[in-house]
Design a binder for this molecule. Structure first.
Ligand code: ATP
Length: 243
């Protein structure tokens, strides 16, 4: 469904993403892990077309969308739930969802199916987005992305700043979304245990490059910690940039 090849992205002189390639199939969950500053947000902003100082190709359902502007990528089927959620605070939850629906594609996700997948939204449909808790805002942001009927949805740091109870609720909703099998999901998660249990496959980023890729069930704790912290098998530090 989504295939990204050799993405390089810069912030001025700083090379934040170095030759990242991966793909996501329909209904598959790809977990992305990596320490703060590893380049995850820059990578996703490059894939969605928001960060333009980049090279590499982004293909969605066989269509090369590398040169397509961000709004048109949504129309092509790529949605992002940004870190920080960015809802319209003065609009109700219903209105936030409606606006997204009007700007996206037609498909299986409607107000009704989104509410079935994210039942936590039902009691807050009339509330202003600006008055919601962090967990509720995150659920609305996910619902809003689904309303555009994406083939692939990218979720950056979904559980950031949420209470443990809110995170539980959020992942219950995400499990329903995954079970629907309709949408490829890319999820950035700082909690490694959760990233491994929720996703089918995982990639780990370090200093802008992929240091590990594999099926979640097959990776060992040692594989992950060495990829995450940039340690060799002997525990020596190494730089991803030169690996
Ligand atoms: P986090 O988990 O903290 O969001 P991340 O893995 O998403 O981290 P990025 O935010 O993509 O990583 O940052 C990658 C590198 O690019 C870091 O060295 C960061 O300092 C730098 N960077 C990010 N945004 C900017 C910016 N707007 N201007 C300059 N440098 C930036």
């Amino acid at each position: 469904m989504l295939e990204v090849k050799n993405i390089q992205a810069q912030h001025g002189l700083l090379q934040a993403v170095r030759g990242v390639s991966f793909s996501v199939r329909k209904g598959e969950v790809l977990g992305v892990i990596g320490a703060n500053g590893a380049g995850k947000t820059t990578l996703f902003r490059a894939i969605t077309g928001v960060h333009t100082d980049m090279t590499g190709s982004v293909t969605l359902n066989g269509q090369d969308i590398s040169a397509v502007r961000p709004g048109k990528r949504v129309a092509a089927g790529l949605a992002m739930v940004p870190e920080g959620r960015r809802l319209f605070p003065d609009m109700s939850v219903r209105e936030n969802l409606q606006v997204a629906g009007e700007h996206g594609r037609r498909g299986d996700w409607t107000m009704e199916t989104v509410l079935d997948a994210l039942p936590a939204l039902k009691p807050i449909m009339r509330s202003l987005a600006g008055n919601l808790s962090g967990g509720q805002r995150q659920a609305v942001a996910i619902g809003r992305a689904l309303m555009t009927n994406p083939d692939v949805v990218i979720m950056d740091e979904v559980s950031l700043g949420l209470s443990p109870i809110a995170i539980e609720g959020l992942y219950e909703s995400l499990a329903q979304l995954k079970a629907s099998g309709k949408t490829g999901i890319v999820v950035v998660e700082q909690d490694l245990r959760r990233a491994l249990t929720f996703s089918d496959r995982v990639i780990c980023l370090l200093e802008g490059a992929i240091t590990l890729e594999g099926a979640s069930g097959e990776l060992t704790h040692d594989d992950i910690t060495s990829a995450y912290f940039g340690l060799s098998a002997k525990g020596e530090e190494r730089s991803a940039a030169h690996a």
